[in-house]
Design a protein around this ligand. Structure first.
Ligand SMILES: Cc1cc2nc3c(=O)[nH]c(=O)nc-3n(C[C@H](O)[C@H](O)[C@H](O)COP(=O)(O)OP(=O)(O)OC[C@H]3O[C@@H](n4cnc5c(N)ncnc54)[C@H](O)[C@@H]3O)c2cc1C
Length: 640
């Protein structure tokens, strides 16, 4: 009797589970899934909403939106841990959004930025020397950019920006009258190169491809700081996105983007059946389209030399890819992020941003294929009913959609691309992911009780003696020599930048250790033993962050704009589809605005636009609300 009751209870539980699973699959089913709620994901979502499409969900690993746009409140300051400046005015959609939403203070005239440069023994360099070297340096950099813009050939054996600048520096310094003068000037060049690694996003400028430096397009108008911080742009960008569409703490571990294809080949039970699940046709009739300019798995890799021979994919290629996929289709679901810790060890979660869990009721762990057969629902070949994509999260939840827009940062792709996608991404994409650089750039913020730097000074450049780093090779002894300056955010808040391996080493230290080291540095360079200890030290850890794994994209030696285009290329899971199933957005997919927020914004919008078609109401123009869109015009100019 007891046994009979137990079996009965289990049956009831199974039935209840199946019923709730049915409900969950319909709540976890949408037209479009967007992975990541950084600027690219938010921009894609907001573009869909503006065009009348709300049948989408954003799956975001963290408990906040914004990605690499994030701020924290320290009590006295709102501190931006990621993006800081709107780079350029003309044609920059972020500037346009900020203007349209009153985030830019056009009346406020910023204080002049006064820089001093000091050596390790506390001597200040005459400003004229600093200016002279700075002007020479800017010329060297512009010449590097010309290789891309004018298609010049570089000197034999010189492949990187660092090597080219070293060559020019050596020639320039030949004109110095004595060793002391030469050494001093060399220290300034070294400092400017360290600064350049933070701007570019690399360890050393020797890593950056000389021929591609000019591929980054600088928009005119300088760097704009929003008085309320860059993160205040998140509100207008996300305002129209229904909160329920944003699912936080959803760490995506697998994207099965041949999901419908697997149903087709297995001729298995449709999950629709009599379960009451409303799985709509995906809008792709699947029989009448031309695939001549599309990428399906199996397309030939696009190497730079083959750029012009980029062809379509044949049915044969598609089929061969499917059989390859079948071999690789068994994924290790345990291969996911171990933790979802925030960027900072302390105090780090963004206090100003809504942290409520979205996507109620979406934590189901429901697999349609498990239901097949056991539910007894009808057998069908009606493939239109089957979603193209199944997305599996770390917590076991599953989501189904017709299209998925992936905005994983390049660092995440570098680490996990081979396990994130089933079938695996085509080899040409994996090669491009490897070729591009995703360097580390971190911030060190020091907050003080009282001001101690001369109010006229806004930045102190640190002219470290050369070659100490090379001599020891021990990062624990030398990491801090990569900090090239401390600048004032306010009279009581200083900001230092650090890049590359030294930044990654710093991420392993406690904030107290960093604070002590910075105090020693400031006392030395300012020749002032009374420089106080900061009351608070905040260091970012972009490399350690599991959902970023670095700071931003750069063109490594051997990489090119084509690699970015390869990353941006959307994929079709079948040659018959009208629209791609797997789309990519994010700063790393913009061929001239990579590494920036506006690059991320534009790629998100383009991906969404690709999915807006005849099956969605009233396609509207690409524009920010209340603003004109000059970005494509600007791009046109710069690329011609
Ligand atoms: C220190 C620093 C300073 C910067 N300064 C500037 C600046 O001044 N100006 C400028 O224009 N740009 C700046 N940038 C670059 C800018 O922040 C980025 O280019 C831009 O924000 C990238 O947006 P994105 O949407 O492409 O990526 P992200 O913002 O990184 O968004 C990707 C999202 O995907 C999520 N995600 C990752 N993995 C998963 C997963 N498995 N499952 C679900 N979700 C996942 C992440 O949590 C994240 O929210 C800076 C960046 C850094 C780090």
């Amino acid at each position: 009797m007891g046994f009979f009751l137990m079996v009965l209870c289990q049956l009831i539980v199974i039935k209840v589970n199946m019923a709730s699973a049915s409900e969950n699959v319909s709540s976890n089913r949408c037209k479009i899934l967007i992975i990541g709620a950084g600027m690219a994901g938010l921009s894609a979502a907001s573009h869909l909403v503006k065009n009348g499409v709300t049948d989408f969900k954003i799956l975001e690993a963290k408990n906040r939106i914004g990605g690499r746009i994030v701020s924290i409140n320290t009590g006295n300051h709102k501190v931006e841990l990621g993006a800081n400046w709107i780079h350029g005015v003309l044609g920059n959609p972020m500037y346009e959004i900020a203007m349209a939403n009153g985030l830019i203070d056009i009346v406020h005239v910023p204080k002049p930025h006064k820089v001093v440069a000091a050596t390790e023994d506390g001597k200040q360099i005459p400003f004229q020397v600093l200016q002279e070297i700075y002007e020479a340096y800017v010329c060297f950099l512009r010449r590097c950019e010309e290789y891309f813009l004018c298609h010049y050939q570089p000197p034999t054996g010189i492949n990187s920006v660092g090597e080219h600048i070293s060559l020019e520096t050596a020639l320039y310094l030949e004109g110095s009258s004595n060793d002391e003068e030469r050494n001093l000037r060399q220290l300034i060049f070294d400092c400017l190169l360290k600064r350049e690694t933070c701007i570019t996003g690399c360890h050393s400028m020797n890593e950056i491809d000389l021929l591609e430096l000019g591929s980054y397009t600088e928009l005119q108008g300088g760097n704009i700081v929003l008085p309320s911080g860059y993160s205040s742009i998140l509100e207008p960008v996300s305002r129209q996105i229904p909160q329920g569409n944003i699912c936080k703490r959803r760490v995506v571990t697998t994207i099965q983007w041949h999901y419908a294809g697997e149903y087709r080949s297995a001729d298995i039970t449709s999950p629709g059946g009599d379960s009451g699940i409303d799985i709509l046709a995906n809008g792709d009739p699947g029989n009448d389209s031309d695939d001549s300019d599309r990428t399906v798995t199996g397309e030939q890799p696009r190497r730079p030399s083959e750029a012009s021979s980029r062809g379509g994919s044949s049915e044969k290629e598609f089929q061969s890819a499917v059989s390859e996929d079948e071999k690789n289709s068994c994924l290790n679901l345990n291969q996911c992020e171990e933790s979802c810790g925030e960027m900072l060890n302390v105090n780090s979660e963004n206090k100003g941003i809504n942290t409520s869990e979205g996507c109620e009721g979406s934590s189901a762990s429901f697999c349609q294929r498990h239901q097949n057969g056991s539910s007894g629902s009808s057998k069908s070949k009606s493939v239109e009913l089957v979603p193209n994509v199944e997305v599996i999260c770390e917590d076991g939840s599953r989501y189904y959609a017709d299209y998925v827009i992936c905005t994983f940062p390049l660092g995440v792709l570098k680490e996990k691309a081979s396990s994130l996608f089933s079938p695996s991404l085509p080899q040409y994409k994996l090669d491009s992911i490897n070729r591009l650089l995703f360097g580390t750039v971190d911030k060190i913020l020091l907050e003080y009780d009282r001001p101690f730097l001369n109010p006229d000074i806004s930045e102190v450049m640190l002219l470290w003696e050369a070659d100490v780093e090379a001599a020891t090779g021990d990062l624990s002894e030398t990491w801090y020599r990569k900090i090239y300056s401390f600048s004032k955010v306010s009279e009581t808040l200083l900001l230092g930048w650090i890049s590359g391996q030294e930044a990654e080493y710093m991420e392993t230290l406690s904030h107290d250790q960093v604070a002590d080291t910075c105090t020693t540095i400031l006392r030395k360079f300012l020749s002032d033993p009374f420089v106080p200890k900061p009351k608070l030290c905040i260091c970012t850890s972009w490399h350690t962050q599991p959902y970023t794994r670095g700071s931003y994209t750069a063109m490594a030696v051997g990489a090119s704009q084509l690699d970015i285009e390869n990353l941006a290329q959307p994929l079709y899971s079948s040659p018959q589809q009208k629209k791609p199933v797997l789309l990519f957005a994010g700063e790393h997919t913009h061929s001239s605005f990579y590494s920036t927020v506006h690059g991320a914004y534009l790629t998100g919008r383009s991906a969404a636009q690709l999915l807006l078609g005849s099956d969605s109401p009233q396609e509207r123009v690409l524009e920010c609300e209340g603003t004109s869109d000059l970005s494509s015009w600007i791009q046109g100019i710069s690329l011609d």
